[in-house]
Ligand binder design. Structure first.
Ligand SMILES: [Mg+2]
Length: 349
């Protein structure tokens, strides 16, 4: 099974406020919730006042979580890597009361008949994807069917890269608040972020380029990657299809192709060997299947964060047991920003 990883390099055009860096440095060195230093508008106390997530945060086993935080902090940032799902994890589930689009869903082909056909598939398969009553083996087969049919329609409809560019420009998609700050903090600490998605790599790259406008040398994408012909039309997909329930099968493959792209970046980047030495993992996902993203790594310690965006009552019990931390109601990324500041802190606690 071959698989391809893109090391992305996105053009920088966003100038982040230096105060954010100052705030993150403060958080990193000594994060103490509820401590407010008057006159310092970016103090930890202010951050917590502005981003109090206590009502949307669920921890199944706080003692175990604390133990993992201590272990990871002790090992240091050079041992840490972040593996994140994209759709509804880095991006928001709701935008102004409407469902945000996914990297698959935002795509508008030049032939609208094919958009309609893919929408029909979505309406049939999406409820099945989240149904708690379908056994996992059966659901996995259904997901294979859905992804296979969707990719076939993209090829049959002659998707062009220009259509991707235009689709992203018109897309109803947004990153969670705090994602840019999270990436920036991790970049400063030389902690790699692997975006591991069952969506489409070419679209994710374009979303990052258009919506964040910033290059992160530590961020890489592992996802379904398209192959275009000389006319710019989609002709095939590289490697085996990744869908929402088989990400674990690709976990090992996602590391090795890094060598192929070492020359493509303008900054230091971890190769597969050094990534394998990063034996502590922070995993971010919104789906139970996302937990498999770290299966191929022999990690010492893993903290898993789950975003439970919808059908909360029905799924909370399962999520609480599966993830170390669960954020409800489409919460922003500030809790994870705080967490990584703790994980990368050199303070003895
Ligand atoms: Mg997702």
């Amino acid at each position: 099974m071959s698989f391809h990883l893109q090391a992305i390099n996105i053009t920088l055009s966003l100038h982040l406020c230096t105060a954010i860096s100052q705030r993150l440095r403060f958080l990193s060195s000594n994060f103490t919730p509820r401590v407010c230093c008057c006159g310092d508008s970016f103090s930890a106390g202010k951050v917590m006042e502005n981003h109090d997530l206590s009502k949307v945060t669920v921890m199944g086993n706080p003692d175990l979580l604390q133990k993992k935080i201590s272990e990871i902090r002790l090992a240091g940032p050079s041992k840490l890597q972040v593996i994140a799902d994209f759709d509804a994890t880095l991006t928001r589930y709701w935008i102004n009361g409407s469902r945000g689009q996914s990297s698959h869903g935002l795509l508008q082909q030049e032939n609208p008949n094919y958009d309609a056909k893919r929408q029909e598939l979505y309406e049939y398969y999406h409820p099945l994807e989240f149904s708690p009553s379908i056994p996992i083996e059966e659901k996995t087969k259904l997901m294979e069917e859905w992804w296979g049919k969707t990719h076939a329609l993209l090829i049959e409809g002659g998707l062009t890269y220009n259509a991707i560019r235009m689709s992203v420009a018109n897309a109803f998609i947004a990153f969670r608040e705090g994602v840019v700050e999270l990436f920036e903090f991790l970049e400063e600490k030389d902690v790699p972020v692997v975006i591991f998605s069952a969506g489409l790599a070419d679209i994710i790259e374009e979303v990052l380029r258009q919506k964040i406008h910033k290059s992160f040398k530590n961020v890489k994408i592992v996802s379904n990657q398209m192959v275009f012909n000389e006319e710019g039309r989609l002709v095939s997909f590289k490697g085996k299809t990744i869908h929402s329930l088989n990400k674990n099968e690709h976990a090992l493959d996602m590391v090795s192709p890094l060598h192929d792209h070492l020359g493509d970046t303008d900054g230091p980047i971890d190769d597969s060997a050094s990534m394998k030495k990063r034996t502590n993992v922070l995993l971010l996902g919104d789906h139970i299947g996302d937990l498999g993203m770290s299966d191929g790594l022999k990690y010492d310690s893993r903290i898993s964060v789950g975003f439970l965006n919808d059908s909360i009552e029905k799924n909370l019990d399962v999520y609480r047991k599966a993830f170390d931390i669960v954020y409800l109601n489409d919460a922003p990324m500030w809790g994870v920003v705080k967490l990584v500041s703790q994980l990368c802190s050199s303070e003895v606690q």
